[in-house]
Structures are given as C-alpha cells and as structure tokens.
Design a protein around this ligand. Structure first.
Ligand code: URA
Length: 433
C-alpha cells in the first residue's frame, strides 16, 4: 500500500477502509510516513470529513497505538469524564469527589492547559506538594483507598494522538469534528473506564462555537463510546460565559473547594451537579433524579469535600489549603477593572477572558513556560448583571506587575456593556445518549 494512494482517495472524497486507516496510523507512529504526507491527509479529512465508521476505526487505531490501561485492579465500576475545554472549568475537582463519595470510582487522567483553556493537572499542581504523576500501582492504590485519583496522562497513552495533535496544531486542521472526536475518544478508550461522561462545551470560550457543531461532535463521540462497549453520555454545556467567578489555577481550586462546601457560585454548582448525576446514572446508581439527590447530599453532608481532602493527602498535597482556602498563597499584585460606562454586561468573549488570564501568567506562552499559580481573574460581574460607571467589574491577579497593561486591555475588549438586559442563555443545552 502507498500513502500517496490513500491520500488521493480521501482527497477525492472517498471512504477509507480499515486496512488503509491502520496502515497510515501504524506508519505514522513508526516514523515511516512523514509529517508532510500526514499533513496532506489531515487537510483532506478536514475538507471532506469522515463517515461514522471511518471515525470509529480511526479512534480505535489511535487508542491502540499505545498502552490500553487495565483498571481491573480497582474494584467496582469506574467512570470517567472529559471536558472539551473551557474557561473557568474546574468541574473535575468538584465532580470527581462527589461521584467518589457516592461509591463510584473515578480513575482519571487529565490534561494541562491548552491555548486559552485551563487544565486540571495545572490547577492541581497549585496545591503545595501535590503529585500529578503516579506509578500505575500508586494510581490504583489511591483510587482503591480514596475512591478517586486524578493524574496527568501517562507517557504512552495514545501516542499517535500526541503526534497528530501537534501536527494539527500547525496545519490549521484542529477544528475538524471527526479529528476532535477521534482525538478525545482514543484517549478515553485507552484510559480504561467502564463509563464516560462527556462535557461538550459550546460558545465563545469553546472549541465548538456553535450549538449545531457541538451537538454533532457529541453525537459522534457518544456513538464511538457505545460502539466500544462503554456506557457514554454527553452534556452540551454553555461556554459562552466563563464558568463560575474565578479563572486561574489556585483561584479555581479555591472555587472548587468552596463549591464542595456548598458555597460555590450557582452556575458552577448546577453544572457540577448535572455532570455528577450523569456519571452516577451511567454507573447504574438510579434515575437521573435519584442520582441528583445523591450528589446534592454529598455536598450537604461534607462527604464530597472529605473525598477531595483524602485524594490531595494521598497524592502528597497539603490539604490545609482545601480545608481553609485562605491559606493559599496569594498573588503579590492585584488590579481592579473599572466599568467604563453604566449598563448591562451583554456579552463576554470567553476565549478572550481566558487569554487575559493566561497573559497574567496563568497559562503558558511556550511549552516550557512556568505557570504562575496565583495569577488569574476574579469576576465580580458577569453577563446579565448591571454595572455603574466607575464600579469594579473584576480583579486581576499576577506575580508580575508589568503584565497588567496588556491583560487589562484584553479583558476590557472581551466585555460588552449595553443598555438592555440580555436574555439569559441556558447552562445546559442538551443531553445526548
Ligand atoms: N481536546 C483533545 O484532546 N483533542 C482535540 O482534538 C480537541 C480537544
């Protein structure tokens, strides 16, 4: 078989068979197919799409390009979750402890920040001493002892995705529904859980900016998961506005811990309860209503917070900052963002809010950049709220004072103030099963 002919077939809009997809993924991982040929293939896929069957085969090949994690040493049903990425999205740190407190295991591998979006692993590393790299044995031990563990992706999990993702990033082929579906689901299948809850974000802070694309992506991912024998469900959730009030690494851990204490913002609490109910439902804990009740109870009785504390301690972290979030190290510099005029906040370009936080030091400029865990933004006003000229709308935090000017400009350009109160958008748009 020649890669040239496989590229030509996809370029002409034809459907690739299993043998051809296996040939290209195997060859690419082994270095026998060069980047320039794979780039041409990715662009052909981007332009001509892939059938559901092709996407499922691609996902399977990418998943099997590395280790398939065997979670059988962990007793009971294991349920995973995945967010397609957003701003202020600290849901894993709330949802995983809730689910664990209900007796369902969460053995989760998470990612780092990507572009304007934050990553759970970076957030966890803002907790002093917290380890996010564990051996497989330690990972299993922590889950068996505490009900949950969240770590970074192991080195050999879907290595084909690592290579393909890096290539997509520089060939303008990231925003392809079949490629995103295969990228996400390959990692979820390789990670070995029995059930998968997908949080597909939609709106200005998400990869998928339209509801229609988000639904298509969710449907494809659910079909792939079910086809692989995993119970899979997707929620389409609003990312047209940052989730919660705090953006940045330690700031988001603080908000997650406060949410587990029942003191979180309404939007974050609601999305977390819906995600947790979905995970418990997939794990067979009852109807969605029953699962919602179980999830709520773990916040009210403090058992979910106990799970988070137990996981932090088991992974070497200092749990005193979770119990008392005022003990978190604070950014040495803060600057208030003043409303330039009176009116209602009608829109927040959420990608730009994420970029502003990243520019304060919460994200990486290059792969090697050091994160400023204390950096970020506290939103005092969000879409739908009124502001008076001169009022403080938000507070920016950083360890490097010189970063304020550019990030303030970015943040202000993200916020639109108008005369009319906007119609509230739903937090959850759809549930796809
Ligand atoms: N997240 C992934 O892991 N892959 C994509 O392609 C997009 C988001």
């Amino acid at each position: 078989m020649r890669m040239y002919d496989v590229i030509a077939k996809k370029r002409n809009g034809e459907t690739l068979n299993e043998e051809e997809i296996r040939f290209m993924i195997d060859g690419y991982v082994k270095g026998e197919i060069p980047d320039y040929q794979m780039s041409a293939m990715l662009m052909a896929i981007y332009l001509n799409g892939m059938s559901d069957k092709e996407t499922a085969v691609l996902t399977n090949q990418v998943a099997h390009s590395g280790d398939m994690v065997d979670l059988s040493p962990i007793q009971g049903i294991k349920v995973d979750k995945h967010s397609t990425g957003g701003v202020g999205d600290k849901t894993t740190l709330v949802v995983a402890p809730i689910v664990a407190a209900c007796g369902v295991k969460v053995a989760k591998m998470s990612g780092r920040g990507l572009g304007h979006t934050g990553g759970t692993v970076d957030k966890m590393e803002s907790i002093p001493g917290m380890r996010t790299t564990l051996t497989e044995e330690e990972f299993f031990q922590v889950v068996n002892a505490t009900g949950l563990s969240v770590i970074g992706q192991s080195g050999n999990l879907a290595p084909a995705d690592k290579k393909l993702y890096a290539l997509r990033d520089v060939t303008a082929t990231v925003e392809s529904i079949p490629l995103i579906a295969a990228s996400i689901m390959s990692k979820k299948l390789a990670a070995g859980s029995d059930c998968i809850l997908l949080d597909v974000k939609t709106g200005s802070g998400a990869f998928m900016k339209t509801l229609e694309d988000s639904i298509t992506l969710a449907e494809k991912m659910v079909a792939i998961g079910e086809h692989a024998g995993k119970k899979t469900m997707a929620l389409i959730t609003n990312m047209d506005i940052p989730l919660g009030s705090l953006i940045g690494n330690s700031l988001e851990v603080i908000e997650a811990a406060e949410t587990l204490k029942g003191k979180g913002p309404e939007d974050l609490t609601e999305v977390c309860l819906q995600l947790a109910s979905g995970m418990l439902y997939l794990a067979g804990k009852g109807s969605l209503d029953v699962c919602r009740g179980l999830a709520e109870k773990t916040i009210a009785d403090g058992s979910a917070l106990e799970r988070l504390v137990a996981m932090v301690e088991a992974q070497g972290g200092d749990s005193s900052v979770i119990k008392n979030t005022s003990l978190f190290e604070k950014a040495p510099f803060k600057r208030e963002v003043i409303a330039p005029k009176s009116g209602y906040i009608t829109h927040m370009d959420t990608e730009r809010c994420g970029i502003a936080s990243s520019m304060l030091g919460a994200g990486r400029v290059t792969k090697e950049s050091e994160i400023d865990y204390t950096a970020g933004i506290a939103l005092l006003k969000k879409v739908g709220q009124s502001v008076v000229e001169g009022e403080v709308m938000a507070v920016l935090y950083t360890s490097r004072e010189e970063l304020f000017t550019a990030s303030l400009e970015e943040f202000l350009s993200a916020v639109t103030i108008g005369d009319d109160k906007p119609v509230a958008e739903p937090l959850i748009y759809a549930r796809i099963t």
